[in-house]
Design a protein around this ligand. Structure first.
Ligand code: FES
Ligand code: FES
Length: 160
């Protein structure tokens, strides 16, 4: 069975018929070609599939696309503007917050969700906000630094 859903994806309103049983993660990747959102554990354990739903980080592997009606979805593809990385993306790049990069889209989206609600998070608050996002490469120190520096830049306390 399919159902009609109307939602906003990366700033554009869409109306689509989606299968009742398709996960948001699979819909984004296989249905729309938005492969920036990664499949990791496929079971709510790793955070690789994190997107923003109504501005809040959410695991797209735990949500059905059929539940999108009326919601606003943001994926990693929606962050860059005019070919320029967002402040958080740029900070991950500059501060070596990514190694293999597989976890990075999920971490960037979780960080984006955090900094929208808490523009000056402590290290502990950053670690808590990213606790559900697993990285096997970096040891997290560079990721935390990247978020701290992005936050400072967004507050106008560091050079853009
Ligand atoms: S793929 Fe969704 S939490 Fe791991
Ligand atoms: S950079 Fe490789 S898993 Fe995080």
């Amino acid at each position: 069975m399919k159902r009609l859903v109307r939602f906003t994806l990366n700033g554009a309103v869409r109306e689509e018929a989606v299968a009742d049983n398709i996960l948001l993660l699979d819909y984004l990747r296989d249905g729309l070609g938005l492969t920036g959102t990664k499949t990791g554990c496929d079971g709510g354990e790793c955070g690789a599939c994190t997107v923003l739903v109504d501005g809040q980080p959410a695991f797209s592997c735990l949500m059905l696309a059929g539940a999108l009606d009326g919601k606003t979805i943001e994926t990693i593809e929606g962050l860059a503007e005019g070919g320029r990385l967002s402040v958080i993306q740029q900070s991950f790049h500059e501060n070596l917050g990514a190694q293999c990069g597989y976890c990075t889209p999920g971490l960037v989206m979780a960080s984006e969700g955090l900094l929208r609600t808490n523009p000056a998070p402590s290290e502990g608050e950053i670690r808590a906000a990213l606790a559900a996002n697993i990285c096997r490469c970096t040891g997290y120190v560079k990721i935390i630094e990247a978020v701290e520096k992005a936050a400072a830049r967004l507050r106008g306390e560091a050079a853009a």
